[in-house]
Write a protein that binds this ligand. Structure first.
Ligand code: FMN
Ligand code: SF4
Ligand code: SF4
Length: 302
């Protein structure tokens, strides 16, 4: 049975050129939608087996003789491209150096981010894994300071309307419903942050989106794994670094989009889409001199 997602409701179609197929079995080995199986010395395609063809493209990507084509679920034969040579791919050390040198940047030059750079970020983000193909991740691009500032103003206006919910008295009454952790983080982070954003905006300072010249909000359909937009945002952040841009994830914006249908409507986000995350970007005005060694809360082996 076909897996229903935001963009697909039927299986993709697999075609094998049996004249050339040697029945090596590689495609069968990697096919986790399970429509492919070996019977004697022939690969059989059964579109009704388990999920049928989910359009992951793995069979076509692994076949040494290029004798499989997959069409459907947003995939077509023209999406299968040659791999870049091994020595042109980033090494562990190159990637680690890039990651270690990255800092969250909240101070940006006036310079706008050029469209070809934005296109490169989107191309790179499109390579990210997703819970189920085809990806349901959508990105809202706010290009230019004016647009970013408009969104910031709209989110802060929304915060003004709901800030009563974060007053000490309301939080205390709601504590049994909120749970200990959400109560504590609302009291120590969300409530003071919201009040601070509002007060600073009144002075003309944007502490929410830091006058960034570019912002991308990654969100996803209700069918998808809620983690998909977060992975996309991480890819965007790493790509931005390679292009000389500074970036910073902004978690607070998502609260606005999560609870306000009006904001979703205004910015073209489908009403039922799940909460995502924003990444602001721009050419950095500051340059850090040292990296920071960080730690995880835990590493355990079982
Ligand atoms: C999920 C997430 C949400 C974040 N939200 C914000 C935010 O709303 N505002 C902000 O200034 N920084 C935000 N950050 C950036 C973090 O504060 C930053 O990553 C952290 O301080 C560590 O600094 P570094 O990125 O330079 O290592 C966020 C980061 C993540 C991963
Ligand atoms: S990988 Fe290619 S050659 Fe091998 S069995 Fe599948 S279709 Fe045939
Ligand atoms: S595209 Fe994926 S699911 Fe479809 S036949 Fe190929 S490997 Fe299997």
């Amino acid at each position: 049975m076909a897996i229903k997602t935001g963009r697909a409701d039927s299986t993709a179609t697999v075609v094998i050129d049996y004249e050339r197929c040697t029945a090596c079995g590689l495609c069968v080995q990697v096919c986790k939608g399970v429509p492919l199986y070996l019977e004697g010395d022939q690969v059989i395609i059964d579109p009704d087996r388990l999920f049928g063809c989910v359009g992951c493209g793995h069979c076509a990507a692994i076949c040494p003789l290029e004798c499989i084509t997959v069409e459907g679920r947003e995939l077509s034969a023209s999406d299968l491209l040659p791999l870049p040579p091994l020595d042109s791919r980033a090494s562990y050390q190159q990637l680690y150096n890039l990651l270690f040198s990255r800092r969250s940047i909240r101070e940006f030059k006036e310079r706008e981010v050029e469209q070809p750079i934005i296109d490169k970020i989107i191309d790179s983000v499109s390579t990210a894994p997703m819970g189920l193909p085809p990806s349901d991740v959508e990105v809202l691009v706010l290009r230019g300071r004016e647009k970013v500032s408009q969104l910031s103003g709209d989110i802060i206006d929304y915060f003004k309307r709901i800030k009563w919910m974060f007053s000490p008295a309301v939080l205390l009454i709601m504590r049994p419903l909120l749970g200990k952790e959400f109560y504590e983080s609302s009291k120590t982070f969300l409530a003071p942050a919201i009040n601070f954003f509002i007060a600073e905006k009144e002075k003309g300072i944007d502490y929410l989106l830091y006058d960034a010249p570019l912002a991308m909000y990654f969100h996803v359909s209700p069918y998808a794994d809620p983690v998909d937009p977060l992975i996309a945002a991480a890819y965007a952040m790493i790509t931005a670094e390679t292009l000389g841009l500074g970036s910073c994830m902004i978690g607070t914006v998502a609260y606005g989009f999560r609870y306000s249908r009006e904001l979703k409507r205004k910015y073209g986000i489908p009403a039922k889409n799940q909460q995502g995350i924003m990444v602001i970007m721009g050419y950095p005005k500051v340059k850090y001199q040292r990296g920071i060694k960080r730690s995880l809360a835990g590493v355990s082996y079982y």
